[in-house]
Design a protein around this ligand. Structure first.
Ligand code: SD4
Length: 341
């Protein structure tokens, strides 16, 4: 359980009185009236605030999910954006995608030296006939759209982690989690466990006051990944999917295992079949558990979903996945249910 000091720290961090619950709350199963935004991990509390500046004023969901995750991309000592961990060659490469309720979508991957990949993804969606641009081409497009080419340098935290990693150069994906019950982990040591980045993505899905769904996902990908490696986050249907008639889902964790099951799309299809968001997430996690056999002990995947009525839910393989929710009446960090307890 969280002690009083940690509660106050969180309240200070988020700027308003924030309640914390240990297990998915009743929110998860109840229709929420008005706009709602949910996003992955503790960084989601701050990102939701950014989204709320738009949603709370009756704004458009696409603007909200872009503005929301830009907050995290801006956090230099966080897990996403140019301040995050590099690939194994020492370069930060970024992936992001965005989608609205009418199947409009845009994505960038393997993008370097651009601060806001989510905004480039939106430009790909709005200004090109394409869905996805990668690498140098994505960077050229970004520059042509007026984005600044930032210096290619690591943040102090990322530099430290990379130097430590270089001592062994062992490529071993880690289970993403925030152990909210253990000292030194969780919301009060954002994104870092024992000095290492432990998660590197923010996924956000939202419903606006007009009843429209939208979503965004942005990441530096797995820390110290092979150069050129892409995970699920920029892939429409894997890291993010939105169907305005049904619901929206985003994913975090081991991207390869999200891609394998077209994760976010599969969750939305489960909702189409009538499952509530939490159960839909659970069904797809169960599929991954079955596919992976014993190896499932070594990986984390979590899904976070909302349906068109504003009901939200999440499910993870391992405990330690938390998500942030904001509505007219609530601002919370919720520990999702998981396959392993
Ligand atoms: C990836 N899904 O690149 C991302 C990593 C992640 O928290 O979610 N980390 O595979």
């Amino acid at each position: 359980m969280m002690n009083r000091k940690r509660f106050l720290q969180l309240s200070a961090l988020t700027g308003i009185a924030t309640t914390f619950v240990n297990k998915a709350t009743s929110q998860a199963n109840n229709k929420v009236s008005g706009p709602v935004v949910i996003s992955t991990w503790d960084a989601g509390l701050r990102a939701n605030k950014g989204a709320w500046e738009v949603l709370g004023n009756g704004g458009n969901v696409l603007d909200a999910v872009e503005k929301g995750v830009m907050v995290t991309e801006n956090e230099i000592n966080c897990c996403v954006g140019l301040g995050a961990n590099p690939d194994r060659d020492g370069f930060v490469t970024l992936d992001a995608c965005i989608m609205d309720h009418k199947f409009n979508c845009g994505s960038v991957a393997f993008l370097e030296r651009i601060k806001h990949p989510i905004s480039v993804a939106r430009k790909v969606m709005e200004k090109t006939p394409h869905v996805m641009l990668v690498g140098d081409g994505a960077q050229q497009f970004a520059v042509s759209e007026g984005f600044t080419l930032e210096p290619q340098e690591l943040s102090p935290d990322a530099k430290k982690s990379y130097e430590k990693w270089l001592q062994n150069s062992k490529y071993e994906p880690q289970i993403n989690r925030e152990n909210i019950e253990n000292k030194g982990h969780g919301p009060f040591a954002p994104a870092q466990i024992d000095g290492e980045w432990n998660h590197d993505t923010i996924g956000m899905v939202a419903l606006d006051a007009h009843g429209h769904l939208g979503g965004s996902c942005t990441t530096s990908g797995m820390g110290f990944k092979m150069r050129g490696r892409l995970g699920d986050s920029p892939i429409i249907g894997a890291g993010l999917y939105v169907d305005g008639e049904v619901g929206a889902c985003t994913a975090t964790g081991q991207g390869e295992d999200v891609i394998r099951v077209a994760g976010s799309h599969s969750v939305v299809e489960m909702m189409r079949q009538g499952f509530g968001p939490e159960l839909a997430c659970q069904k797809v996690i169960e599929r991954i558990v079955k596919i992976k056999g014993d190896d499932v002990k070594k990986i984390q995947v979590a899904f976070l979903a909302i349906n068109k009525n504003g009901v939200v839910g999440a499910f993870a393989i391992h405990k330690g996945f938390s998500y942030a929710i904001k509505t007219n009446t609530t601002e919370e960090l919720i520990a999702a249910k998981s396959w392993f307890s």
